[in-house]
Design a protein around this ligand. Structure first.
Ligand code: S3P
Length: 176
């Protein structure tokens, strides 16, 4: 575990919640490196997330994702980590994230997430059916897990990116 005062800053939440955008901005402000677990997965497998889902299915993707989360959390210097939306479903991932970082849940209603996402081509879980209905279902399934793993929850529904970043950094400075 990183010593107090040097924890990772970790973003969790559904697809479209702003984890990557907000995470990058927070990393710049904190002068830290930024890691997106989906990008680690893609770099390690030399495939896009969508290609990996197609080749090995969701279970196979989750196995690669578990290693990506462990690798990100093992960084000896504190960084900012944005997790794929389903990473928190795995108990090893939750343990690593909570023991090494301050976990922030970026929350928004399914309708807002679907609007923000737009094209679903890079997101295999939204490839079939109505994205808003799928996001609603995932939200119902996962909300309890996000809430349990997070130390901080930001409702991003009515907020622009600048305001979300400001709130996260203020709160992070307070709890660090
Ligand atoms: C997933 C979210 C995606 C990606 C994969 C599965 C999920 O990441 O990991 O398509 O299960 O919610 P983002 O949340 O960054 O889009």
């Amino acid at each position: 575990m990183n010593p107090a005062g040097s924890r990772h800053l970790v973003f969790v939440g559904l697809m479209g919640s702003g984890k990557t955008t907000v995470g990058k901005r927070c990393a710049e402000a904190l002068d830290r490196a930024f890691i997106d677990t989906d990008q680690l997965v893609e770099a390690g497998s030399a495939q896009t997330v969508a290609e990996l889902f197609g080749a090995v299915g969701e279970d196979g993707f989750r196995t690669v994702e578990r290693q990506a989360v462990a690798d990100a959390c093992a960084s000896p210097v504190p960084i900012v980590i944005s997790c794929g939306g389903g990473a928190v479903l795995d108990s090893d991932n939750r343990r690593h994230l909570q023991s090494s970082g301050c976990v922030v849940w970026l929350h928004a209603p399914a309708r807002v997430l679907a609007e923000r996402i737009g094209s679903t081509s890079a997101r295999p879980l939204l490839a079939n059916g109505n994205p808003e209905i799928t996001l609603e279902r995932l939200s119902t399934l996962r909300a309890g897990t996000y809430a349990a793993v997070a130390e901080m929850t930001i409702d991003t529904n009515e907020l622009g990116v600048d305001e979300v970043v400001r709130r996260v950094l203020d709160e992070f400075a307070r709890v660090e």
